[in-house]
Design a protein around this ligand. Sequence first.
Ligand SMILES: *Cc1c(COP(=O)(O)O)cnc(C)c1O
Length: 384
Amino acid sequence: MPHRPIYLDCHATTPVDPRVLAAMLPYFTEQFGNPASVTHAYGWEAEAAVQQARETLAAAIHATPDEIVFTSGATEANNLAIKGVAEAYFAQGRHLITVQTEHSAVLDPCRYLESLGFAVTVLPVQPNGLLDLNQLDKAIRPDTILVSVMAANNEIGVLQPLAEIGALCHQRQVLFHTDAAQAIGKIPLDVEAMQIDLMSLTAHKIYGPKGIGALYVRRRQPRVQIAAQLHGGGHERGRRSGTLYTPQIVGFAEAVKLALAEQEAETQRIRHLRDCLWQQLQVLEGIEINGDYTQRLAGNLNISVAGVDGQALLLGLQPIVAVSSGSACTTAKIAPSHVLLALGRSPDMAFASLRFGIGRFNTLDEINRVAAATLTTIRSLRAV
Ligand SMILES: *Cc1c(COP(=O)(O)O)cnc(C)c1O
């Protein structure tokens, strides 16, 4: 394979851990049954594997297995949560609340609901990326049915105060959904302690396969209703039809199991790498960090660089390091990141931004090489 850049884009996706792949492989060939086949051993084996995975995932977030609905990923889970709640509760109210820094897989379903006649309040964030709970409190109306606030931001890694938001929502009798695609396996998540009613998950940000995720849907206190968005065979208790993808489900659970077992040690190691990168970059003037430095995922560093063109910066770094500016989903469009604009960054500073996502397989040597290359690139661009 030709020389490839160092991969520091772990918020976009991660490689499948070889241990995850090993767990998945038998379910492609030997144990290939349909988990919905109840008349023979092939089906029973697959169903047992799915049930085991369901238990692992539920335990990881302090839920019960029947509260896990498998989906194709966090995009689908967000759509199912937001549209599913809107459709099930519209008689009680037609107002939803979310936040400017959310992923497009939350913002776009909300915009779609607006087109159907729902009202959506999109709250701003503070300059550090954190939601102001007083603003949330004031935004809740008698007709509010759902608050959707992400756990960890995919661009700036900022961690929202889930427990405080959950407590406020339950006190005001509003459902609380959180997109935890970037958080699962990386920070402790507890749907009871945090009073979360719906939570979107995905496997491919934590060394699991792409194309698999889940929606947690609370079944007790309160029993949350969602209207299915995919109709068919009535799988997942009618909440999401479609034959369950056993190998992906097994891989998802294995990825979560590994991430939890290694969470403490891995977080420390990755945070150290991130701090080393930031320390080395800080020697230059005019480099600003985006988002709160402490309330943040260990592997995230997002900076804006004054006095350089954002495109030129990315192009200059391309041979050395795989990073992104803004989110992977929006970089195809030439528009400054909506997340950085929400922090109050100027369009120029939002354009001239770099998102480093450090992960399980990165080394200190790689971080040092990336730091050196980034400094060289910025210096040469500024000299022009
Ligand atoms: C990656 C991501 C998604 C989309 O997840 P998919 O499983 O790729 O559909 C949604 N929200 C956040 C915060 C993400 O980081």
